[in-house]
Design a protein around this ligand. Structure first.
Ligand code: F6R
Length: 360
């Protein structure tokens, strides 16, 4: 049932082209270049959005913030569910809560949903499992349509959450008039093209991940750096490495590095950076120069043609800004996977973890 793959995690990473296709299914009107989300037609465009989630789903939400603010013009707060539920948060009446949960069973996220409802706010559930508790409790449900995820470490579910968040952004951005048809169509074309791009890229991404994993297998700690929408991906890359390879890793906003973590840099503490061809590149590059000045080794997910000299540039296909995440994410997942597998860890069943966290 692993379809010839050694682990469910690897199988699910390789399913991501299909996950994007399935998430888009029936949701794109080719003629008008519009996104169709009839499940939300009854809800006005939110004036403010509170995203509530845990773990990987929280990282997806944080990525969504960058898009929703920039492209849809919606003020967004992203909250770790276990903090949100006990903080007595201020929830203005014009707000909407978006709960993101693969399983739809996470206790803290569910508590956030109940809190929002008790304050009279509409709740949208972005869930993968159909009929799950959070999907039933929410006023509106958008399914991410990733299919069953077996591996404890979440991979394809995050891909589907990113895809759904992008669709939500385009849907609201068009309805509020913030995005015009041309902008929307351009992004949708890129997104519809992504499965093919990924199908081509995945085998070589894996080969490179394997090579790097052998080189870095002795490392005991990693710093993941990203800026802008790559910052949540840095957090996710670090989380994946921790949970399946048991190697310590920290994800940081690259501009925050000089405010503390730079003290850790030495030749035995490698940095894994997102240095893509986007508006953030010059800043990321200067952060990496600071790492190099302290003799830190660097792996950088980057694009061909950029002026960047690091030990291990890892070239990925270039994609326009919000879409690059769909290429970066599997690279991060594959690196964590290959590290864990090389070190002989139980990839699909990491110690101390459960697939759905139904306790506090
Ligand atoms: C990480 C992972 C967890 C979950 C988190 C939320 O690989 O799987 O961090 O993302 O427990 O789970 P859901 O999305 O089911 O609410």
């Amino acid at each position: 049932e692993k379809g010839g793959f050694k682990h469910f995690m690897l199988k699910e990473i390789f399913e991501q082209p299909k996950v994007i296709r399935d998430c888009l299914l029936g949701r794109v009107d080719q003629q008008s270049g519009q996104v169709r989300l009839p499940e939300l037609d009854g809800l006005p465009v939110p004036e403010r959005l509170h995203i509530v989630a845990c773990g990987t789903s929280y990282h997806a939400g944080l990525w969504g913030l960058y898009l929703l603010e920039k492209l849809a013009g919606i003020p967004v707060q992203v909250e770790i569910a276990s903090e949100f539920r006990y903080r007595d948060p201020i929830l203005p009446k014009n707000g909407v809560v978006l709960a993101i949960s693969q399983s739809g069973e996470t206790m803290d996220t569910m508590a956030g949903v109940k809190l929002a409802k008790s304050r009279g706010l509409p709740v949208i559930g972005l869930c993968n499992v159909v009929g799950s508790s959070i999907s039933r409790e929410s006023d509106y449900v958008v399914y991410s349509q990733a299919g069953p995820e077996i591996s404890v470490a979440s991979t394809k579910a995050m891909c589907s959450q990113l895809c759904a968040l992008l669709l939500l952004t385009l849907y609201w951005g068009r309805r509020s008039g913030r995005l015009d048809t041309a902008q929307c169509t351009a992004i949708l074309r890129g997104l519809q093209d992504m499965p093919r791009v990924l199908e081509d890229a995945l085998p070589s991404l894996r080969a490179e991940a394997q090579r790097l994993a052998r080189h870095y297998a002795e490392a005991t700690s990693f710093l993941y750096l990203g800026r802008g929408p790559s910052y949540p991906l840095a957090l996710e890359g670090a989380l994946k490495l921790k949970e399946i390879s048991y190697i310590h890793a920290e994800g940081y906003a690259s501009g925050e590095m000089k405010h503390g973590p730079i003290a850790l840099i030495d030749p035995r503490f490698p940095t894994f950076a997102m240095a893509l061809d986007d508006e953030f590149f010059p800043k990321v590059k200067s952060n990496l120069v600071e790492v190099q000045a302290r003799a830190g080794e660097i792996i950088a997910l980057t694009n061909e043609g950029l002026d960047l000299a690091v030990e291990h540039p890892w070239f990925v296909p270039k994609a326009q800004a919000p879409l690059s995440a769909f290429v970066v994410l599997p690279a991060l997942q594959l690196f964590a996977y290959e590290m864990a597998d090389y070190l002989g860890k139980d990839v699909d069943q990491p110690r101390n973890l459960a697939k759905s966290v139904t306790v506090e």
